[in-house]
Design a protein around this ligand. Structure first.
Ligand code: UFG
Length: 330
């Protein structure tokens, strides 16, 4: 199969490109490189530098490369920034996705796998969260993902577009080879920040609140390894092209929550020395627990995560950051 990976030079995209190649598929990456890195891509993956806001560019890529399916990762992803610059998020994430959908149905009507997020649920009492939990996103970022999901459903109903939507929980870790990993310009994710603190790039870790109604008082999250998540995309795209799936939405997580303190303890164990930390006030908008009910993707796609041990997950992130303390710049 040949897969067009839109946003394939980013963190999750580049791991998915690697797993697609390992599964024997051809890959073409369409990316504006606004946050992705050409260095994260294997030489066998063709790179088309283009932007989804340029309708002609994505249509031209579909016509030129004749893919069998599209995986769509391209999006702005910072919750805080989305609240300060909503227009940028609606334009880039919603209009960009609309352009892609329109280009697909006008050229080839091939299946689509879409990157969505647990942020579509917002604060929910459901533990774990099933796919049919109410969706009340609390950020513009989450809204843009939900709006894109709605557009995909409409294109499916009106024009028969086959799709799989994957709602990611807390994506983390890096390729075990240590050559690609998380490399966002702005750092906010717990494991990445802890690794950079262990490398001395930051003074200390702040634990955002230890008075939550959880066993140790810190927030629980479902940490899914980026390579397992990449494999979920391979399973989804293969099921769509084979025709065993037409329209499905899946949570992707382990179905188990780890607390902030447990994550920092795992970092200490991997690094071999305690990472300096102190308790700070709660961060606005953090729900106490976000854990996936991931039964559906296991049953229907045969998703079987390989990285279920927290220390092993952290170990892969640590290797990447240790070898590339300044991301792809060194
Ligand atoms: N945390 C700290 N200190 C830090 C950074 C994070 O205590 O320096 C805590 C947060 O308060 C939270 C947990 O660690 O309780 C995880 O925070 P992250 O910033 O790593 O991730 P989030 O849970 O905020 O969000 C991520 C994605 C979202 C997605 C969500 C789904 O960024 O897009 O997971 O579970 F929706």
């Amino acid at each position: 199969m040949k897969i067009l990976v839109v946003g394939g030079a980013g963190y999750i995209g580049s791991h998915t490109v690697r797993q697609l190649r390992r599964a024997g598929h051809d890959v073409v990456v369409f990316d504006n490189l606004s946050s992705g890195h050409a260095a994260a891509l294997p030489p066998e993956a063709a790179l088309v530098r283009g932007d989804l806001l340029d309708e002609g560019a994505v249509k031209a890529a579909l016509v030129a490369h004749q893919p069998d399916a599209v995986i769509h990762f391209a999006a702005l992803i910072e919750v805080g920034e989305s609240m300060r610059a909503p227009a940028r998020y609606y334009r880039n994430n919603v209009v960009g996705s609309l352009n892609l959908l329109q280009a697909i149905v006008e050229t080839r009507k091939i299946p689509l796998v879409f990157s969505s997020t647990a942020a579509v649920y917002g604060t929910t009492d459901a533990v774990p969260i099933p796919e049919d939990a109410p969706m009340q996103p609390e950020s513009v970022y989450g809204e843009t993902k939900l709006m894109t999901e709605c557009m995909i459903h409409a294109f499916h109903t009106a024009q028969g577009l086959p799709y799989v939507v994957l709602r990611y929980f807390n994506v983390c870790g890096a390729a075990p080879e240590g050559d690609i990993g998380e490399a966002h310009a702005s750092k906010s994710h717990l494991i990445e920040l802890a690794a950079l603190t262990a490398l001395g790039q930051r003074e200390k870790m702040l634990i955002f609140g230890d008075d939550y109604p959880t066993p140790d008082g810190t927030c629980l999250r479902d940490y899914v390894h980026v390579q397992d998540l990449a494999d979920a995309h391979v399973l989804a795209v293969e099921a769509l092209v084979k025709g065993t799936q037409q329209a499905a939405t899946y949570n992707v997580g382990l179905g188990h929550g780890f607390s902030v303190k447990e994550v920092l303890d795992a970092v200490d164990a991997v690094v071999g020395t305690p990472v300096p930390r102190e308790v700070a006030p709660r961060r606005a908008g953090d729900p106490p627990r976000l854990v996936a009910d991931a039964a559906r993707i296991r049953q229907e796609l045969g998703f079987a995560p390989q990285f279920t041990d927290l220390q092993e997950i952290v170990q892969t992130a640590w290797e990447w950051h240790k070898r590339h303390p300044h991301d792809f710049r060194k």
